[in-house]
Each structure stands twice: as structure tokens, then as C-alpha cells.
Design a protein around this ligand. Structure first.
Ligand code: ZN
Length: 218
């Protein structure tokens, strides 16, 4: 049962093709795991279609127009159907849009150890100002406490983590901003796998993470 849902502004940005590729990926992944997000998305897609009809064509780049039309014409619902039928029963950790990106499921990820058993893989989204990465946190392991210079969107794909805002399990999304300081800890049980998208470097409070940050691009 998903308890932490995506915000309206992110979902609307996704529906209208206004997000960068990294944010598109994390919202699309959340939408394929969440009935609630799918229902709200269809409202915004209808709205996006109406906005498009009222817009001067010159306001949209070729790309965003095509991306918006693709969504309105049904590429998002197609994935919805796929993910809600056989795919999930095969116990994929990643929703289809993410598997397409990675070239497979968890086993296909090129994980790099970053200490304390934590592994990450930066995904090649082609975005300059946003970074998408997969994080693998062993059950019970804490992440360094940190603040944020921008937005950080975290989607849980396996296991769960707990921080100052509650417990986040598969399908749950956490949006942290410049006001947020937190220390996520992977819950006991399954190791925690998350898709994390940031649009600015994190602010770490400890000295060691600050040094590691430069090397690890987090
Ligand atoms: Zn954070």
C-alpha cells in the first residue's frame, strides 16, 4: 500500500512534458507502481491537452510537443497496462520504463560500491542539471545525514527506509527540498533499492561525506 504520493506540481510537470529526462524517469516509475498517481495523471493529461490547444505553437520546442502528444495519445496508459498485468507477477524490482533504461532488472545494474555496503549506479539520462541514480542500501544501514541545495526525489523500489518524515516502502516517493534535513536508514528486512533524482548537489554535515561527494557526484 503506497502511503507517500507524488506532489501535484511534479505530476503536472510530467503530464505536460515539462520535466527533464531524469525527473521524467522517476515520475514514470512511480506512476507505474501507483494506482493513485495513474488516476491523478489522467486528469492532468486531459488538462495538458487543453493547454496545448490554447498555446501558440512557437512556445513549444519540437521535443516537448512530441513528448506531450505521445503522452496524450497513450504511451503512458500503454505502460500502465503492461505493468499491471504479467510484468509484476514475474517479480521484477524495476517497472518497465526503468528496465528499458537500465537494460534489465537489478541484476543488469553496473553497481559501484560507495562504502558501508552501499552501492550506487548513476544512470545516463543526458541531463546536465539533474542526476538520476540507483542506490542499494543494505538492510539496517544508515545514510549520512544531509541537507539539499535543490530538489531530491526518492522512489523506493525494494525494501524500505525510515527517516524524519516516516517509513517509505516500495512505490512510495519522498520529495526533499532545501528545507529538508534527513538521515535515511534502510529498514530491516530486504535490502533497500531506490531511484534517486537530484537537481543540485546534496549538503552533507560530516566531513568525510563532503570529500566523498566530490568523487561520487552525489
Ligand atoms: Zn536527501
Amino acid at each position: 500500500m503506497i502511503k507517500h504520493h507524488v506532489s501535484d506540481d511534479l505530476l503536472m510537470g510530467y503530464a505536460t512534458g515539462g520535466l527533464s529526462e531524469a525527473f521524467d524517469l522517476v515520475i514514470a516509475s512511480h506512476v507505474s507502481l501507483s494506482d493513485d498517481a495513474r488516476a491523478r495523471l489522467s486528469t492532468f493529461e486531459a488538462l495538458g491537452g487543453a493547454v496545448l490547444e490554447d498555446s501558440e505553437p512557437v512556445e513549444l520546442s519540437d521535443d516537448s510537443f512530441e513528448a506531450t502528444m505521445a503522452r496524450i495519445m497513450g504511451s503512458a496508459p500503454a505502460e500502465t497496462v503492461e505493468s499491471s498485468t504479467k510484468t509484476m507477477s514475474r517479480h521484477s524490482v524495476f517497472p518497465k520504463c526503468l528496465r528499458d533504461y537500465v537494460g534489465g532488472d537489478v541484476d543488469a545494474v553496473n553497481w559501484r560500491p560507495i562504502g558501508l555496503g552501499v552501492k550506487q549506479a548513476v544512470l545516463n539520462t543526458g541531463d546536465r542539471d539533474a542526476t538520476a541514480r540507483l542506490l542499494y542500501i543494505p538492510a539496517g544501514q544508515a545514510m549520512p545525514d544531509h541537507g539539499h541545495n535543490g530538489v531530491e526525489v526518492t522512489l523506493v523500489l525494494q525494501g524500505a527506509f525510515i527517516d524524519e518524515d516516516g517509513r517509505f516502502a516500495r512505490g512510495d516517493i519522498e520529495v526533499a527540498s532545501e528545507e529538508t534535513e534527513h538521515t535515511p536508514v534502510a529498514d530491516i528486512g530486504d535490502d533497500c533499492i531506490c531511484l534517486v533524482v537530484t537537481d543540485a548537489p546534496l549538503k552533507f554535515n560530516g566531513l568525510l561525506p563532503k570529500i566523498a561527494q566530490k568523487i561520487l557526484r552525489i
